[in-house]
Design a binder for this molecule. Sequence first.
Ligand SMILES: [Zn+2]
Length: 170
Amino acid sequence: MDTLLLSHTFEPVGQVPWQRAMTLWMAGRVEVVEAYADRQVHSPSRAFEMPSIIRYIRGRRPYRRTRIKFSKPTVFARDGGCCQYCSAQLRLSDATFDHVIPRSRGGTTRWDNVVIACRACNQKKGNKTLQEARMRLVSSPKRPSTVPTSLDGTAWRLGMPEGWRIYLRS
Ligand SMILES: [Zn+2]
């Protein structure tokens, strides 16, 4: 189960596993806005309601300022799990890093030069530039500004807890 994380001004910041929500709460960084009525978390000595929505306590460092670590899972999340050339939906294990400007041409392994690609597109592009390969990107790569804990942290989707809806776009 996930917990919706809000800024102290009630803006959605992201979606975190409930275990992370409990850790933030026990560290005094957040307050519980709403709990899952039908779920409890048991520690050896007591039971807690599982948090459904938490909110940063004013004055604490906002989550969104966290610098996002460059890694395969975070690039995968930024690109929505899709090959940035053919839009195929990929599994993390099948996704490859493609350097838009190839490394052999001085391209760096950074947010703005790396995209997720399927193996076929990666091979097709090889050591060529976009023009040489006659390929186009679905979107141009950038460093994400918020923690990509979900594919779209601000829109309410079917299957999300009903209580989250008022905080999210729908
Ligand atoms: Zn592809």
